[in-house]
Design a protein around this ligand. Structure first.
Ligand SMILES: O=C(O)CCC(=O)C(=O)O
Ligand SMILES: [Fe+2]
Length: 306
């Protein structure tokens, strides 16, 4: 029902615009009909927004208890992309946010969750946020990071298998195709970039600034090379953890994507998509941030078993 409402909103917005144009052809009947149509569509939009707002006034783009095939919400692109080299066929011309529960299966997410749990079992932050980066080997450890490939050496073979790396690569490729399809760009002009990492968040008090995952930020500003950000969730909001919703911060109202195991959320990385993660209140939240750039100079290889 929600999906249908969402699609209908697009249609309503279009009819709104067409309604506006027709006002210039002004017979009084046309004006009366136009006013009536505007009134009805206005209340429908208001109704829609009420329907999709959670108790705290947040618009819910994707609720944990729904399964979405594909939902896209377009937003105007920011100027950020003009401050960097532009790449034809890749640099965003169409910006927005997408959510799909149909790209990655729950079983695949469960496998990745096991990889995350195994990796984090070797270390983890003293505060509320740990990261594990298969590319650089960075793993949170107490108040610092270690290079797990160097630190654990051969012992890692007992924890991370060749198969885990293969699955990671397979999911990454699928996500890349989905981004390309959604934003109408070439999948081959998109490159994996860093940082790309597993995250584990809980309600422990922050011990260093690295634990403060809840600050609003713009990925392109924070990480530079990002053009498209994707997030793959490995656990369920309200079942595995409380708080910890992903929030897009907009001028009129904020909107949330509630994490769900296997849910893929992706968006253009500029300031059109300012966001943050709410503080986790209880439980543990696992996700993977997989980032893409249009700039081949910033591309990184898939991690391999060294
Ligand atoms: O885990 C999330 O939902 C978002 C993480 C994030 O904003 C980031 O990695 O830049
Ligand atoms: Fe982010």
């Amino acid at each position: 029902i929600r999906t249908r409402h969402w699609r209908r909103l697009g249609t309503i917005e279009n009819s709104f615009r067409e309604g506006g144009d027709s006002r210039s052809r002004d017979t009084s009947w046309q004006r009366i009909i136009t006013c009536a149509v505007l009134g009805v569509t206005g209340s429908l939009i208001a109704g829609f927004l009420v329907l999709h707002q959670s108790g705290d006034g947040m618009v819910v783009l994707a609720a944990q208890d729904e399964t979405l095939d594909h939902r896209f919400y377009q937003v105007p692109c920011s100027e950020d992309y003009n401050n960097h080299r532009r790449f034809a066929g890749c640099t965003p011309r169409r910006c927005g946010r997408a959510v799909s529960d149909a790209v990655i299966t729950r079983q695949e997410a469960e496998k990745m969750l096991r990889v995350a749990e195994a990796g984090f079992s070797l270390g983890g932050s003293d505060g509320g946020a740990s990261i594990l980066d298969l590319h650089s080997g960075a793993l949170s450890m107490g108040k610092h990071f270690v290079n797990m490939y160097r630190y654990f050496g051969e012992k890692l073979h007992e924890i991370l298998t060749e198969e885990d790396f293969q699955l990671y690569r397979e999911l990454r490729l699928r996500i890349q195709s989905e981004i390309a399809r959604t934003f109408n760009i070439n999948a081959s002009s998109l490159y994996l970039t860093k940082p790309t990492f597993f995250s584990r968040m809980n309600s422990s008090a922050a011990k260093t600034t690295h634990d403060e995952y809840w600050h609003p930020h713009i990925d392109k500003v924070t990480y530079g090379s990002f053009d498209y950000t994707s997030l793959l969730y490995l656990s369920d909001y309200s079942r595995d953890f409380g708080g910890g919703r992903f929030v897009f911060i907009d001028t009129v109202s904020n909107s949330t994507v509630e994490p769900k195991a296997g849910r893929l959320s992706f968006f253009t990385s500029g300031s059109e998509n300012l966001h943050h993660v709410e503080k986790v209140q209880w439980g543990t939240r696992y996700a993977i941030t997989i980032s893409f750039t249009c700039d081949p100079d910033h591309s990184i290889e898939d991690p391999t078993w060294m």
